[in-house]
Design a protein around this ligand. Structure first.
Ligand code: KPL
Length: 348
């Protein structure tokens, strides 16, 4: 029997990937199984008729088909997966929980994971893998292989099991760690590479070597550390962040601080033009435009009264800025601002 691909966490990204995999279910991909880490989720899933509803703002040629999203373009997914009562070994796991829930969500299934397991962390921010290693897999000899998944698609949820694909972008995938842990050859033969064909290539998977993955994680961190808190501050969609005059001043400060910190976190000798302030500025603006109609995940969390991932985004930059003796005040300010709103939404 093929090892299933398990998905833990059905937020925006979890639904997006589950839908793509589920649509390919009967064809060339291993079966997909959802793991619900809270009882309420299972009850909700049953109440939602065990379906993920997905719609897109794009037609098959990539043209925007209008906003607000037309649900009639969506496709309903029949039963996608089941809770696995057999507690079998997990070879492939996609973790798409919020960063701060990862440890708690993984703990009950840690006995099902071993050295030959592969975990794709499909989350915003950085620092989760270290946290998981420290708390769950302290022994490197028995630790699963960690993959970083960086999704550039803009997706937002309209209900717990419905989401809208609002901004196009690839899913960057690669083993996280040092270069010695992988090679192009291993990637090519790796069963997870079949994600590339999920639902006719819907996920637009691009595979990268560990050094390139780290660079990508850092670049995405910069993007999220600017667009996400500013979208909360302006209470606006991503595209408007660039237009708000108040946000503009903060934008420059966040960018300058983040740029210096990520340059210091790059692997030795990896410094290049992609991480200059000008290049990072162009990247953030490009993503804001490409996802102009999307509501950032941080604003979605705030609107839903959930805790955000700010501690793993601006908090991660602030932590390393402090450690490296680099300016990081604006990121500390962003963390405090978002945390205040989390505990008292009237602050915004
Ligand atoms: O990753 C995102 C997020 O919202 O967290 C962006 C790229 C900003 C898209 O909304």
């Amino acid at each position: 029997m093929e090892h299933p691909i398990y998905i833990l966490g059905l937020g925006n990204m979890g639904k997006y990937v589950a839908y793509a995999l589920g649509r390919s279910h009967a064809r060339n991909l291993p079966p997909t199984r959802l793991i619900f880490h809270r009882r309420g989720l299972l009850d909700g899933w049953i109440a939602a008729d065990r379906r993920i509803r997905y719609s897109t703002e794009f037609d098959e040629r990539g043209r925007t088909i209008g906003y607000p999203p037309a649900i009639r373009f969506g496709v309903e997914l029949p039963v996608l997966g089941v809770i696995d009562p057999r507690q079998e070994h997990i070879k492939y796991l996609i973790v798409a929980t919020k960063a701060h829930l990862t440890r708690a969500a993984l703990t009950p299934i840690k006995h099902r994971l071993s050295r030959d397991s592969n975990i794709i962390f499909l989350q915003n921010g950085m620092g989760v893998m270290d946290e998981v290693s420290h708390a769950i897999f302290p022994d490197p000899a028995t630790r699963p292989t960690y993959w970083a998944g960086i999704c550039h698609a803009g997706v937002y949820s309209t209900s717990r099991f419905s989401s809208v694909h609002a901004g196009q972008g690839p899913l960057i995938l690669g083993i996280a760690g040092d270069s010695s842990t992988s090679s192009a050859l291993r990637y090519d033969q790796h069963p997870l590479m079949r994600l590339r064909s999920a639902n006719g290539g819907m996920l637009n998977v691009q595979v990268m070597e560990p050094d390139a993955i780290l660079r990508h994680q850092l670049a995405k961190l910069v993007v999220n550390s600017i667009i996400n808190p500013l979208s909360v501050r302006c209470n606006c969609k991503n595209g408007r962040v660039l237009e708000d005059p108040g946000a503009r001043r903060l934008y420059d400060k966040l960018l300058m601080e983040a740029g210096a910190i990520v340059r210091a976190l790059l692997p030795q000798g990896a410094l290049d033009e992609d991480f200059s302030d000008t290049a990072l500025d162009a990247l953030v603006k490009r993503v804001a435009r490409q996802t102009a109609n999307n509501i950032s995940s941080m604003l979605q969390d705030i609107q839903a009264g959930r805790r955000t991932e700010v501690r793993y985004i601006n908090g991660y930059l602030a932590l390393h800025g402090r450690r490296l003796g680099l300016p990081h005040r604006t990121h500390v300010g962003a963390v405090s601002f978002i945390r205040k709103i989390e505990s008292d939404p009237s602050v915004s």
